[in-house]
Design a protein. Structure first.
Length: 481
């Protein structure tokens, strides 16, 4: 008898329990060799006073089983509740989020009949680190953290995925024309890794026009790799234009653990009515079957799913008069799929899943440290007077002999010296001090500067050191410089 794989299961909130019940019935009917440990996470746990939405016992089960099938959950608004999805991805190191989006023309109405792309989204970094601070009365900040290991892992994953799945092209999307350090690192690493895969085409799009292009001609894309926030947005766009956001599933893959889910949320307004489309979670479960070495069970479900849709048996979100034959609820969709297990679609292309197993990537090798020189420091200041020349004069007065004020910016625009009177000024100022050209600054000089600023009555809200790595300055310049 085949050893069953133990999987952690969470039925989630909103439409979660309905789509999970439908998915579980399908998995059982298809003969998946799986046993489940069910955990409670989400809204009820949050509202019982646990702000992370998950108990320690539930974590233990997830970590023991290593594979997690999760229905969507609701994060209550306000009250300091943390998104459990983001927390789970980060705690378990699930760095790669794989979101296939393909159209099923002509059976599901779409303006994009030829689309078949996979979005590979970095899953742990970017603005989702959730490090936010209010610094002045008028300004809040969110830190965007991008690491070289994070970039290397996700980009290598995208190329290995393309190789394994016989896909031809990997497209990188970033905004490095503006964010030269963070998105610039992602793009640079993409160029380095792409060179290791000459058999796979590569290209880069700036995310704004790239998203427009996905919405217009998605058939031009194959595998897309991108940063966390952009990936979140473009995968909803891509899923929606195949016909419904309810159609796409997603795998979250780490070195140890993996989590599988639908890409959509808990859709509370349609919960409990047996109208939700269970396809997204079914697609997530099929990805899970491939991951745990049961691709043939996944293939059987996928072909029955295609046949059901081809037969026009559609939930309300994709139902179209004249195209669909029957409007069904969540349960009835699952029944129709189960009745077709063992069949293949007659018009749509039947799938054949190879026994490829999950991708195993080499461990990240830390690079030798670069030569790091401290060139200066940015003092961020809370100052409510709108006269840039006044703050300029004060900051000039605290300069040290060899560490001088070079400029002041307000929301990234240079306003001192020689600012424009038209520039709108907030109460948040960046005052850049730099050492004489060619010399390195010391940390004690930063402390001296801070002491002088405090003595002059300046409210310094944070400092940021300005470094050069291997002689290359690695910080942004103020616009207007
Ligand atoms: P949503 O994805 O739940 O819903 C967006 C729209 O799509 C709604 O009109 C909804 O009715 C429809 N929809 C979604 N899934 C559907 C399905 N399977 N069948 C038919 N229609 C479907 O997004 P939202 O409304 O922004 O978020 C609702 C809640 O879900 C929020 O609390 C949010 O935090 C949470 N959420 C959870 C996850 C997750 O658990 N992975 C992801 C996103 C949002």
């Amino acid at each position: 008898m085949t050893q069953k794989t133990r999987i952690t299961l969470a039925k989630g909130d909103g439409i979660g329990p309905e789509i999970m019940d439908a998915t579980l019935r399908i998995l059982e009917a298809a003969g998946a060799e799986i046993e489940f440990d069910e955990i409670n996470i989400g809204e009820k746990v949050y509202l019982n006073g646990n702000t992370s939405g998950i108990s320690n016992d539930a974590w233990d089960i997830i970590r023991r089983n290593k594979v997690f099938l999760k229905a969507p959950i609701t994060t209550p608004q306000g009250g300091g509740y943390k998104s459990l999805n983001v927390t789970t991805r980060k705690f378990l190191g699930l760095y790669a989020n794989i979101r296939p989006c393909f159209s099923l023309n002509p059976y599901i109405e779409t303006k994009h009949p030829l689309m078949d792309l996979v979005i590979i989204r970095e899953n742990e970094e970017d603005l989702y680190a959730g490090i936010e601070h209010q610094q002045t009365d008028e300004v809040v900040q969110c830190l965007k953290l991008i690491s070289r290991p994070g970039c290397e892992k996700i980009i290598r994953y995208a190329f290995e995925y393309a190789k394994q799945q016989g896909r031809k092209k990997v497209t990188c999307m970033s905004k490095d024309n503006i964010m030269k350090q963070t998105d610039g690192l992602f793009h640079d690493v993409f160029k380095e890794i792409a060179a290791e895969y000459p058999e796979i085409q590569n290209e880069h799009w700036i995310i704004d026009i790239g998203s427009a292009k996905i919405a217009d001609t998605p058939e031009d894309f194959d595998v897309i790799v991108t940063l966390n926030l952009y990936g979140d947005i473009i995968s909803d766009i891509a899923a929606q234009i195949t016909g419904s956001v309810g159609l796409a599933g997603s795998a979250n893959i780490g070195e140890e653990c993996a989590m599988f889910e639908a890409i959509h949320g808990s859709a509370p307004t349609i919960a409990g009515q047996n109208i939700a489309n269970p396809s997204g979670l079914i697609q997530g479960a099929i990805q899970m079957l491939a991951h745990i070495g049961q691709p043939k069970v996944g293939e059987k479900i996928q072909n029955a799913w295609l046949k059901t849709l081809e037969d026009g048996i559609h939930t309300g979100d994709i139902y179209k008069e004249g195209l669909s034959t029957q409007k069904v609820g969540t349960k009835e969709f699952a029944d129709a799929l189960i009745a077709r297990l063992g069949q293949v679609p007659s018009q749509l292309k039947a799938v054949e899943f190879a026994e490829t197993g999950s991708l195993v990537l080499p461990k990240y090798q830390r690079k030798p440290a670069k030569k790091k020189d401290l060139l200066g420091v940015d003092l961020f200041v809370h100052w409510a007077d709108e006269d840039a020349n006044k703050i300029g004069a004060i900051m000039e007065s605290i300069s040290l002999d060899s560490v001088k004020l070079r400029m002041i910016t307000n929301r990234g625009i240079k306003v001192y010296p020689d600012g424009f009177p038209e520039t709108f000024l907030t109460d948040h100022w960046l005052c850049r001090f730099k050492k004489t050209e060619g010399e390195s600054m010391s940390n004690t000089e930063i402390i001296e500067l801070l002491k002088k600023a405090i003595a002059a009555g300046i409210d310094v809200i944070k400092t940021e050191n300005l470094y050069a790595f291997d002689g290359k300055p690695a910080f942004s310049l103020g616009q207007g410089q």
